[in-house]
Design a protein around this ligand. Structure first.
Ligand SMILES: [Zn+2]
Length: 433
């Protein structure tokens, strides 16, 4: 268990981090990087600030390995999404402690884990811990936007690869405690779907809007296709994470992919919700652009579609599915910039560290691998260095459903008990790997 002093230490550090406004855009993450550097250097941890511009620094801290062993990287980001104080019970940048919880923007996503990682590495350094391989802590800028010019982990992997190269990494992504089929699980993310948006360009013929018959309205033609996208259902497919989830829920019986969703729902509605986006690719039309003038019938209508593929699924395969669902027509599909879609194996020494921690805190509970429907920075180290990267920050005091509602929303807060549990876990991972 984290001692009383570690518990206070992580709470205070998180309060200080929340009080720094690092809403992205614009980010201004250097204030957080400097606070962390001062704290870590006071504890004897070597630090370095790296960044593309002075106001958006990344902090890298390291306890050097003494035996050339595998490196472990605690990954995190210091930027947050915005907050509207009018919607909050407390000032979102107050870091107030109320009812045993630290309140403020970023408490869950993810300054809480930033503070816990910093306290874990600082406390290990104070105790004279000598890891076999480097123990590294990266508090990165620019995770929440990550489009266009990059300032965070993607930039570090490209411009300063040695600063973050590691065999193993722990980041945000999961850690929720769930009871399924009478058993207790802690989710640990090992994979992510690929974010692969595309543009559907529908073609017609322009004309004056007062004479619709002479034109061929691309916007009207797009309507049928948008409806088709709304009805689209990718064919379900099981992967290692969904198989593990189904096996855990059913006590070992994995149904065929077509029956997986019904099986999960019969166990628990939440299990169905968790499984559904992980069974198939999804498409969601989200933006549309046609004529710029009210009286001109558009010759072109562009529909932007958010599309998420299963790890390993290709855009070519997805395009065939979308085309066969939409049928023939005057349209083109253009793939936009994609990211994510990587997976780490679940049979590794890092997995053993996660699972052994879970058994230590709850002897009957197990760690369960999951694929995320979204995207985290773990993707960058998986693709740059083949790092075994997991998302895990155990959460026992706060209900998983409440936490998922609070992320990016009003009244975001983290239980002090969970912060202390996070410090315990990260110390356990570093010392047992
Ligand atoms: Zn995050």
């Amino acid at each position: 268990m984290a001692t009383v002093s570690l518990r206070d230490e992580v709470t205070e550090l998180l309060q200080q981090l929340i009080r720094l406004d690092t809403v992205n855009p614009p980010g201004n993450e250097s204030v957080a990087a400097e606070l962390l550097r001062d704290y870590l250097e006071q504890n004897g941890v070597r630090c370095e600030l790296l960044g593309r511009v002075p106001e958006r620094m990344n902090l890298i801290a390291r306890i050097p390995g003494c035996a050339g062993g595998p490196r472990l990287l605690f990954l995190s980001h210091t930027d947050t999404v915005l907050a509207d104080p009018a919607e909050w019970r407390v000032d979102p940048w107050s870091g107030e402690v109320l009812e045993g919880q630290v309140w403020g923007r970023g408490a869950l996503d993810m300054k809480g884990q930033v503070a816990a990682s910093a306290v874990a590495i600082a406390s290990l350094a104070r105790e004279g811990f000598e890891p076999a391989g480097d123990l590294i802590f990266a508090a990165c800028a620019d995770e929440e936007v990550g489009e266009g010019e990059d300032f965070g982990l993607q930039w570090l992997c490209r411009e300063h690869p040695e600063s973050v190269r590691a065999e193993y990494s722990l980041n945000e992504g999961a850690g929720e405690r769930l009871e399924l089929g009478g058993k207790t699980f802690y989710l640990c993310s090992t994979a992510e779907k690929m974010t692969a948006p595309f543009r559907l360009r529908v073609r017609g013929r322009s004309g004056h809007a007062s004479m619709p018959a002479i034109a061929d309205n691309a916007l009207v033609k797009a309507a049928r296709l948008i409806e088709g996208l709304g009805r689209f259902a990718g064919s379900p497919r099981l992967g290692p994470e969904t198989e593990a989830l189904l096996a855990a829920m059913t006590g070992g019986h994995v149904p065929p992919a077509e029956r997986a969703l019904a099986t999960a729902r019969s166990v628990h509605p939440l299990a169905g919700e968790l499984l559904e986006p992980l069974l198939a690719m999804t498409v969601s039309p989200t933006m549309i652009q046609a004529s710029n003038k009210r009286n001109v019938i558009p010759a072109v209508c562009d529909v932007t579609v958010d599309c998420r593929l299963l790890p390993g699924q290709t855009q070519a395969e997805a395009e065939r599915s979308v085309r066969s669902a939409l049928g023939e027509g005057d349209y083109e599909i253009e793939w936009l910039q994609s990211y994510g879609g990587t997976r780490s194996p679940a049979a590794t020494p890092l997995w053993n560290a996660v699972d052994s921690f879970v058994r230590q805190i709850e002897p009957d509970a197990r760690a369960l691998p999951v694929c995320l429907a979204g995207f985290t920075d773990s993707h960058w180290v998986r693709s740059a260095f083949a790092t075994v990267a997991y998302g895990f920050f155990p959460m026992r005091a706060m209900e998983a459903e409440l936490a998922s509602r609070l992320i990016h929303s009003a009244d975001e807060r983290v239980a002090v008990d969970d912060l202390a549990l996070g410090v315990d876990f990260l110390r356990h991972a570093a010392t047992s790997l």
